[in-house]
Design a protein around this ligand. Structure first.
Ligand code: 5RP
Length: 247
């Protein structure tokens, strides 16, 4: 389905936190409604994906989704799944994932995604790309006309290669900044033991999939947060007066 229907969401992206939470809950419900008994479900990370995990657990505990197991993209999603009564399995122990749910920091009208606000994009990309159906859950604040409009591009980097990688990111037109840990004196370290560099592109990102490949070709880069060609469906939730519409 094309995202063009959702273009109206672009101009409506200012939302207060409670309203945004209601949008995320509506997305979670809609997405989990697509799961069938016996499926292997991929679970992303972040507040929206967590709500989907909670909803999945609710239906499993009610006995509505028998024999469903989940692959968590990272530590946080696996812990949360167990907490909500969703059985988890290791990615390496399944042949495929039927459906994956994930949140997003930005999505454009061609289903290009920007992820990594939670420094978890590397394994999210693996899980999302393995899934037959990758369902992206976007409240209206996430829809943009051009990626990079509201967020920089997160790049996971091997700590021992940080200086050469920063120099190469500049040659791609980026302005890189090492992400530092909130309330800690030092850089963010990912689940995989790496650093995250947030790269803004002052001239805009004209070709997301080309930039995705170019960044990943830099030796020392593990993965970047641009995800092109992976999302099969983008669910967008918008506030319409008193109502929430998911389309
Ligand atoms: C984490 C991510 C998240 O999916 C993204 O940051 C969206 O988070 P939220 O659902 O909390 O808005 O990519 O790395």
């Amino acid at each position: 389905r094309s995202l063009s229907l959702s273009i109206s969401a672009v101009s409506q992206n200012a939302t207060n936190p409670e309203a945004q939470d209601a949008l995320k809950r509506a997305l979670a419900k809609k997405a989990v409604g697509l799961v069938k008994p016996g499926m292997v479900v991929g679970l992303g990370t972040g507040s929206t994906a967590s709500l989907a995990t909670e909803e999945l657990g609710r239906l499993i505990r009610k006995g509505k989704l028998k024999d469903v197991v989940a692959v968590g993209a990272n530590y946080q999603s696996r812990v949360l799944a167990r907490q909500f009564g969703v059985k988890t399995v290791d990615l390496n122990d399944v042949n495929n994932i039927d459906i994956a749910f994930d949140g997003v920091d930005e999505v454009d009208l061609n289903k290009n995604l920007l992820k990594g606000g939670g420094a978890a994009h590397t394994m999210q990309k693996v899980v999302d790309s393995v899934a037959k159906e990758c369902i992206i859950l976007a409240d209206q604040s996430k829809v943009v006309l051009q990626l990079g409009s509201t967020f920089p591009v997160p790049v996971e980097v091997l700590p021992s290669a940080i200086s050469p990688v920063l120099r190469r990111l500049v040659t791609l037109g980026g302005v890189p900044e090492i992400r530092s840990a909130l309330r800690k004196d030092g850089p963010v370290i990912t689940d995989l033991g790496n650093m995250v560099v947030d790269v803004s592109f002052p001239n805009g990102i004209q070709n997301p999939s080309e930039l995705e490949k170019n960044i990943n070709m830099i030796p020392g880069v593990v993965e970047n947060g641009i995800v092109s060609g992976v999302a099969t469906t983008v669910l967008v939730a918008i506030q319409d007066g008193e109502n929430v519409i998911v389309m």
